[in-house]
Design a protein around this ligand. Structure first.
Ligand code: SF4
Length: 448
């Protein structure tokens, strides 16, 4: 019997979906990418963005329409607001909070679907009943079915205590909970021993790691140091990333630890959201531009080769031309390699959804366009300086450009090069950079 799983939203949902897959496969179900071929259809949903919610309802409408002609079991889980939970309970055969994943076999067998129920755990253990009650603990103990054999996402923390006014995550995922460091280190060790080249530590606020445990757990810098020590024994080329940190908790120690270990990737994603202190305050971001500037200065001084990525929202309620201009100036000052720029839209459940969305759509689009053009110019001039250098590239697949493969540099820059040799996928190849464009670089295999 086959299952198909659709994941919407961010990398955290992608990572959660790997654990859902693992449970379904341990039950004996076979994965398919084709919804048409599957008997069990699951959705890892996201309430954080309206578009993702619209897609979730479109999916279930389609799946339910198939029920007239064949037997199907549908379920939903994920990062879901209480209001959507109610509606999902009616639309899908069943809904469960992701924390209750260890109970999925019972839920499926409750529908009369026969399987070899049993969960695959590390060390072939069975989830003890007490861990099933400690919900996140049971969830994290499930070994995920990683999507590739060279790139893995490892959750280290879940939930958020920050309550940014534009964001619904604290209401969908709840408060911050740190995963025990022993479990994280064991998962990372296993991945390194299996030859993984890229490991991304995931969480809504990775750098508040350990804060919820007070003195009983190491902090984020300590965790990175332990991972750096494990990574020292790996073949060269291992890269460990993390996303997303919050500027409020970004310490100089974290930046120093990254500089000390080769395996800790020299790439930092530091969400700015706005360059104006008034807007930052309305967003409840709890830092000022000056505090953010000091972090960037530390990064530039301590890890001069690091690439810098960010997130920005334009058209937040009440954002004046002047306030937007501060964001434009900040972007020029910090010289980002990449920025994920979003047009503000109210997210159901978030505080700002109660405020008037008063910036006209056309103005938001103009602001986004202005920042995108600025970003392209900054990124191109950085990329042009790479021409003539040879960069190790983790090859991830075929490129849209026919006859080309593509992958990422350590700094997560997109690199493409002519080759049809698919055996390079999942390996690190040296690429001589010969040309640069706005948001990518091109070259040829060194010695090729
Ligand atoms: S820090 Fe802010 S943006 Fe990030 S998950 Fe928490 S509330 Fe959302």
């Amino acid at each position: 019997m086959k299952y198909c799983l659709v994941s919407l939203g961010c990398q955290m949902n992608t990572s959660d979906a790997e654990r859902v897959s693992s449970v379904l496969e341990a039950m004996g179900f076979e994965h398919t990418d084709s919804e048409e071929d599957a008997t069990i259809l699951g959705l890892v949903a996201c309430s954080v963005r309206q578009r993702a919610i619209d897609r979730a309802y479109a999916k279930i409408r389609k799946w339910n329409s198939w029920k007239d002609t064949r037997d199907l079991l549908t379920f939903a889980t994920g990062c879901v607001l209480p209001g959507d939970r109610e509606r999902f309970l009616k639309a899908f055969d069943f809904f469960f909070p992701i924390n209750e994943l260890p109970n999925l076999p019972e839920m499926i067998s409750g529908y009369g679907v026969v399987s070899q129920a049993g969960l695959r755990l590390r060390d072939d253990e069975v989830i003890p009943p007490e861990s099933k009650n400690d919900k996140r603990k049971g969830f994290w103990q499930i070994e995920p079915a990683y999507a590739t054999d060279f790139e893995a996402f490892v959750p280290i923390q879940n939930g958020c205590d920050k309550f940014c006014s534009f964001c619904a995550v604290p209401y969908t995922r709840g408060r911050e909970v740190s995963r025990p460091s022993g479990e994280i280190l064991r998962e990372v060790e296993g991945l390194i021993a299996s030859g993984y080249k890229s490991i991304t530590l995931l969480g809504q606020n990775v750098n508040s790691y350990g804060h919820d445990k007070r003195q009983s757990e190491i902090g984020f810098a300590g965790l990175l140091r332990r991972i750096g020590d494990i990574g020292k024994s790996a073949d060269s080329g291992l890269r460990v990333y993390f996303t997303s940190p919050h500027p409020r908790d970004m310490t100089r120690e974290v930046i120093e630890v990254i500089s000390e270990y080769d395996c800790l990737a020299k790439q930092i994603h530091l969400p700015l959201q706005s360059g104006d202190d008034g807007v930052l305050k309305r967003m409840n971001r709890s830092y000022t531009l000056e505090k953010y500037r000091r972090i960037v200065e530390d990064i530039r001084t301590i890890i001069p080769d690091a690439t810098l990525f960010t997130d920005i929202i334009v058209g937040f309620p009440g954002e004046t031309d002047d306030e937007f201009d501060k964001t434009r100036q900040a972007m020029a000052e910090f010289e980002y390699n990449m920025a994920y720029i979003a047009l503000y839209s109210p997210r159901p459940g978030a505080k700002s959804a109660e405020w008037k969305d008063d910036i006209p759509h056309e103005v938001k689009k103009e602001r986004l366009h202005e920042l995108s053009e600025l970003l392209k110019g900054i990124s191109r001039s950085y990329n042009e300086k790479l021409i003539g250098r040879t960069l190790p590239v983790l090859v991830s697949g075929t490129d849209r450009k026919p006859g080309y493969l593509s992958g990422k540099s350590e700094g997560l820059l997109v690199v493409r090069f002519p080759s049809e040799n698919k055996s390079l996928i999942g390996t690190i190849a040296d690429v001589e950079i010969s040309s640069a464009s706005d948001l990518s670089i091109e070259g040829k295999l060194a010695g090729g």
